[in-house]
Design a protein around this ligand. Structure first.
Ligand SMILES: Nc1ncnc2c1ncn2[C@@H]1O[C@H](COP(=O)(O)OP(=O)(O)O)[C@@H](O)[C@H]1O
Ligand SMILES: CC(C)(COP(=O)(O)O)[C@@H](O)C(=O)NCCC(=O)O
Length: 315
């Protein structure tokens, strides 16, 4: 463990080995039930990864949630108010294809195994993208994922309502299959104990939205923010590999937005995916996502095969 660049860095930095040892304080074996849950998330997910990286993280989060609950009790005692149900909000940021949604699902499965069995809800911010018709009308179809493609005010209101203890809050739903917002669909969030909010924009603030300046940010309602990081060459590789996997599966369905790509050769598909990466996702990463990394409470840096090599925890 090192205090990065001395006392000036806001982070404590851990190698993979140092971090993995932090689970030793509590025996953390996985039960058959856990294994079945985790296998369902991803067939290539390595259990070493779960044990070394995500179990210590789940232990840390458990401590943070309990500390937060104690703090809320103090405030209630001071004010003489009734206990309110305030969900703990964890955000997960990072590039497209870095593994945000996989990380979110692993954490959801691990948090679920705590003795208290908290209700853990997962929401992705893509539901707050403007529908294609609107993006198209504004000439922004090639800007999906950029700040101006989101209804950020609606997202901030959504998280604020949840944090205010609202009984039921609804979010719009995005489908990667139709590559658009699903008309009339909604995701209802009803007072979870923990909300995991995943999306490339969750660490962005008002200054990232000069076209729509706002003064209350998603981060104002987030208790613990995680940024998943990786070298840009790996990110492109993972993006292309995911595209190729979709080409073999989902693209075959005529209702899929990318159905016309199903007939492409492997080489052509690699080129198309590379082009989408170079023209949309990479510029977005450089301009709008990477600059928010150091706002996170925790940074997970992955190497090849999605193995986390370094962990940085805000002091
Ligand atoms: N821990 C992991 N182990 C193996 N593969 C992973 C892991 N995390 C992500 N992947 C793979 O990397 C690609 C991107 O992951 P995904 O969670 O879809 O990213 P994001 O939500 O950031 O766009 C997917 O093909 C996914 O299967
Ligand atoms: C939908 C996304 C913007 C990610 O949204 P998020 O859930 O991170 O808010 C991204 O996956 C995407 O579709 N980008 C556009 C370019 C592309 O097709 O990859």
């Amino acid at each position: 463990m090192t205090l990065e660049t001395g006392h000036l860095s806001p982070y404590i930095s851990f190698t993979r080995h140092q971090w993995s040892e932090l689970r030793a304080a509590v025996p953390m074996t996985l039960t058959e039930h856990d294994l079945v849950q985790l296998r369902g998330i991803h067939d290539e997910l390595s259990l070493d990864e779960v044990r070394d990286i995500y179990l210590p993280l789940s232990r840390l989060l458990n401590l943070y949630v309990k500390a937060r609950q104690r703090r809320s009790k103090v405030i209630e005692q001071f004010l003489g108010t009734e206990p309110a149900h305030v969900p703990y909000v964890i955000s997960i940021a990072g590039s497209v294809a870095v593994g945000k949604s996989t990380t979110a699902r692993i954490l959801q499965a691990l948090l679920d195994r705590w003795p208290e069995h908290p209700k853990v809800e997962l929401v992705t911010t893509d539901g707050f993208l403007y529908p294609n018709a609107e993006l198209d009308a504004r000439g922004m179809m090639k800007k999906k994922g950029f700040p101006q493609s989101y209804d950020m005010r609606r997202l901030v209101n959504f998280v604020a309502d949840i944090k205010a203890g609202a009984k039921s809050v609804s979010a719009p739903v995005y489908s990667h299959h139709i590559y658009d917002i699903v008309p009339d669909a909604e995701k209802r969030v009803e007072q979870p104990d923990i909300l995991i909010l995943e999306g490339l924009n969750v660490l962005q603030s008002g200054m990232d939205y000069p076209h729509d300046p706002h003064h209350v940010f998603v981060s104002d309602f987030v208790d613990f923010a995680i940024y998943v990081d990786a070298d840009e060459h790996l990110l492109k590789q993972w993006y292309v590999e995911r595209f190729l996997r979709f080409r073999k599966g989902a693209f075959a369905d005529p209702t899929c937005y990318f159905h016309h790509y199903a007939a492409l050769s492997e080489e052509e598909s690699v080129n198309i995916a590379g082009q989408i990466w170079d023209e949309i996702n990479y510029p977005n990463l450089k301009t709008n996502i990477l600059p928010t990394r150091e706002r996170a409470s925790l940074i997970l840096t992955k190497g090849g095969a999605h193995a986390v090599e370094q962990v940085k925890l805000r002091k």
